[in-house]
Design a protein around this ligand. Structure first.
Ligand code: HGY
Ligand code: MN
Ligand code: MN
Length: 412
């Protein structure tokens, strides 16, 4: 298929978008539903208008930019990702998938090529869980994985705002039915955010699935005390108990290396004041493993270790999971379509599992879905120095375009 795709225009758009919320060191800080996220959304609307796309926005702020097909009754093919970033994010995590999808629709528009099925570009609200928790709220709500109330009442971690308030405040509380649930397929192109493709010399990763993931808030309650006059044996030091639990959890996950992944994403201490033994500590712990059953067993092992530490240190410990999904399996037929397209373009490829969570995980619960990874330098992501080559960006675009258009023209 020889669509007039323009890799240069894709790159220029990536650089233009990266100027919205640019941070020192070349990164981006565009928190979900902040004024900067809204500015990026409006930029996408303007580009979509140039490409003849019609916009719909749902009650969660998810954006659907639609190109009609010859048969408007056929379920659409979706392609998308997210525009919000981590506070210390890069230029490409999210925007690459959105703007590669846009470039496909632009090329179809310029060529006057009409596919059988409609194609819809999606920008999902609040993929990063760093402002509103948990991650991937827009996709989860649109796919019915969480309730509208859970999505709209999602708390901001940095202030008292709810996601629903921010939607209204920024003018992105839509009322449209995007018609996503009945879609024929969902494609998401994304940077790998890991080192494998670059290290092994592959230009494309065909993502066959994703790690099982569970993030939980672990709360440790001890007793405040004076840092000077409280003898050590009398202390109920929540911070040190939590620290020992974190190290114990790391040991448990390291025993399952290399697939076991453990992170303490946030560590909050109260009062955390000079001169005080802190009586409360809360950790956002993130466990990941390719196998759901193993992940569950690892949490059980960690809970036992936490209970032993709590008893010995005379503190209370409680754990509440707030972000969880089992191992994700993407659609084999769509994965094969990506492999064939990569071979057609002479692009080296390998199958790969995703350790990072993506909006595609929730889409995969409701429709055939698949992801395509391109490498990123040093596997660095969620960092201002996140970077890709123009060649990788182009190769991913061409492979994605073939698979998306073939799916939109597939015989039903
Ligand atoms: O944490 C994740 O995996 C996602 O990138 N927010
Ligand atoms: Mn992402
Ligand atoms: Mn991310």
């Amino acid at each position: 298929m020889n669509l007039p795709l323009s890799p240069d225009r894709l790159w220029d758009n990536l650089m233009a978008l990266a100027r919205i919320g640019a941070t020192p060191g070349g990164g981006n800080n565009r928190p979900a539903l902040s004024a900067l996220d809204s500015q990026a959304r409006h930029q996408l609307v303007a580009w979509g208008r140039e490409a003849g796309l019609t916009l719909k926005v749902d009650r969660f702020g998810n954006m659907a930019l639609r190109r009609e097909g010859r048969d408007p009754t056929r379920p659409p093919v979706l392609v998308g990702s997210h525009l919000d970033t981590q506070p210390t994010g890069g230029k490409f995590d999210g925007p690459y998938g959105v703007l590669a999808g846009l470039e496909i629709l632009r090329a179809l528009h310029e060529a006057g090529t009409v596919t059988e099925a409609p194609i819809v570009l999606v920008n999902w609200t609040s993929e990063e869980g760093c402002r509103f928790s948990p991650s991937m709220i827009g996709a989860a709500a649109a796919m019915g994985v969480i309730t509208p109330e859970q999505a709209l009442n999602a708390p901001a971690l940095d202030d008292a705002e709810r996601l629903g308030d921010a939607l209204t405040q920024q003018g992105w509380a839509g009322t449209d039915d995007l018609g996503l649930l009945g879609a024929a397929a969902y494609f998401e192109a994304h940077i790998e955010q890991g080192p494998i493709l670059e290290a092994e010399g592959f230009d494309i990763g065909v993502v066959t699935g994703g790690f099982a993931t569970e993030r939980a808030l672990v709360t440790v309650i001890g007793k405040d005390g004076h840092a000077g006059s409280t003898p050590m044996p009398m202390r109920q030091d929540a911070l040190l108990a939590a620290a020992e639990m974190a190290v114990a959890a790391e040991r448990i996950l390291l025993a399952r290396a290399p697939e076991g992944r453990f992170t303490v994403c946030r560590f909050l201490v109260t009062p955390g004041a000079d001169g005080v033994v802190s009586g409360e500590a809360r950790m956002a712990m993130d466990f990941r493993h390719p196998e759901t059953a193993v992940l569950e067993a690892l949490w059980a092992e960690a809970d036992a270790a936490f209970a032993e530490i709590a008893l010995r240190r005379r503190v209370q410990v409680a754990r509440e999971a707030y972000w969880r999904f089992p191992r994700v399996a993407f659609n084999p037929a769509l994965a094969e379509r990506l492999r064939v397209a990569a071979r057609r373009h002479g692009v080296s490829q390998r199958d790969i599992l995703s350790g990072a969570g993506h909006d595609a995980y929730h889409a995969a619960a409701r429709m055939p879905a698949v992801m395509l990874f391109i490498p990123c330098h040093g596997g660095v992501s969620h960092h201002p120095s996140e970077s890709i080559s123009r060649e990788w960006a182009e190769q991913g675009l061409r492979v994605l375009a073939d698979a998306v258009v073939e799916t939109a023209n597939a015989k039903v």
